[in-house]
Design a binder for this molecule. Structure first.
Ligand code: ASP
Length: 329
């Protein structure tokens, strides 16, 4: 199985860090914190596929566009990539062979929308945005979400796995074992958070979820406060990895609250990972969770359970991929 994440044990704090200045690379005492002057715009997103998604977002941000538009159009790039095995309709299916999609979006005014267990729609995050803008609700799921999408002009895509997803699924069927692994292929859910030129924050998250999940399983990605949270006074956070671990401690919301209480994005992400380690009864060596946060000053931080989580940062100095620090050394 091609999915996601692995791990080890022990603490160890990052005491070194890459600090990427907005216009230059600067070393600071924390090698894993991306520190920038308080300037906008900026967009950050999870994993290597974040680089291409950031390009889409940056077109909007650099032209003075809204963070909300940037985080939608940015992750649309990943959703449209049929070769991506963890986002959009090219994603690995559940154990019954269905690709089921989860996504959410949140703006600077705490407006939010989400879809869960959505099938055969290419851009779930855009459906989530319409749920936010056109309905009195926040979340639509399953057939109802699909019906809403179709009524709003989305097209029903063919029920067809991507060639690579089909190949890997057929391989998986031979044993039908469910053992989530960590970022082996280094591509996962995309969570994107951004600040636009006016200083407003927004975020989005979209995924095909864990490969070979039970049919009907919904992860953290469509759950506001778990995979994504935005508070325009403080900043925003997003999550990737095994959603069950993120949901049980309201990951993204927890991180924003930790930033509210004075932690830097990196410290907040690290504290959230430590809370998972403290509270979870699961074997965390078998899974990955990665958090990514951005505060109103334009500082970026990330932290993961395991080695291998990275994130893409785009500001006016360009687009770069940065390795996150991690708990199990
Ligand atoms: N968080 C996603 C989920 O649990 C998985 C991922 O990040 O790839 O569905």
């Amino acid at each position: 199985m091609t999915t996601r994440r692995i791990f080890l044990k022990t603490s160890a704090l990052a005491s070194a860090a890459v600090v990427v200045g907005a216009t230059q690379n600067v070393k600071s005492e924390n090698k894993y914190t991306t520190k920038m002057p308080a300037k906008n715009p900026i967009v950050v997103s999870t994993w290597k596929h974040g680089l291409a998604a950031n390009e889409g977002a940056w077109k909007i941000l650099s032209a003075g566009g809204k963070a909300l538009d940037a985080v939608e159009k940015g992750v649309n790039v990943t959703e449209a990539d049929f070769s991506n095995l963890s986002v959009g309709l090219g994603g690995l299916p559940d154990r019954e062979g269905h690709v089921t999609l989860d996504a959410c979006i949140m703006d600077e005014n705490a407006n939010c929308g989400s879809v869960a267990f959505l099938q055969r729609i290419k851009h779930p995050v855009s459906v989530a945005r319409l749920v936010m803008e056109k309905t009195p609700h926040i979340m639509l799921a399953g057939n109802g979400a699909q019906k809403f999408a179709l009524e709003n002009g989305f097209k029903l895509e063919p029920k067809k796995l991507s060639p690579e997803a089909e190949k890997q699924y057929n391989e998986w069927l031979k044993k039908s074992e469910y053992k989530p692994k960590a970022n082996i292929e280094n591509h996962d859910t995309i969570g994107m958070i951004a600040i636009d030129a006016t200083g407003n924050c927004s975020g989005s998250c979209t995924t095909s979820g864990l490969a070979y999940k039970l049919h009907g399983r919904v992860g953290d990605s469509p759950i506001i406060g778990a995979s994504l949270f935005v508070d325009n006074e403080i900043g925003c956070a997003t999550a990737t990895g095994v959603g069950e671990e993120v949901i049980r401690m309201c990951g993204a919301h927890t991180i924003v609250e930790l930033m509210r209480n004075g932690k830097s994005p990196m410290e907040a992400c690290k504290a959230a990972v430590e809370r998972i380690v403290k509270k979870s009864s699961k074997n965390l060596k078998e899974i990955q969770v990665g958090f990514l946060a951005l505060n109103k000053n334009g500082e970026v931080g990330a932290f993961a359970l395991q080695k291998g989580f990275n994130y893409a940062v785009y500001d006016d100095s360009g687009n770069k991929l940065i390795d996150a620090d991690y708990y199990f050394k």
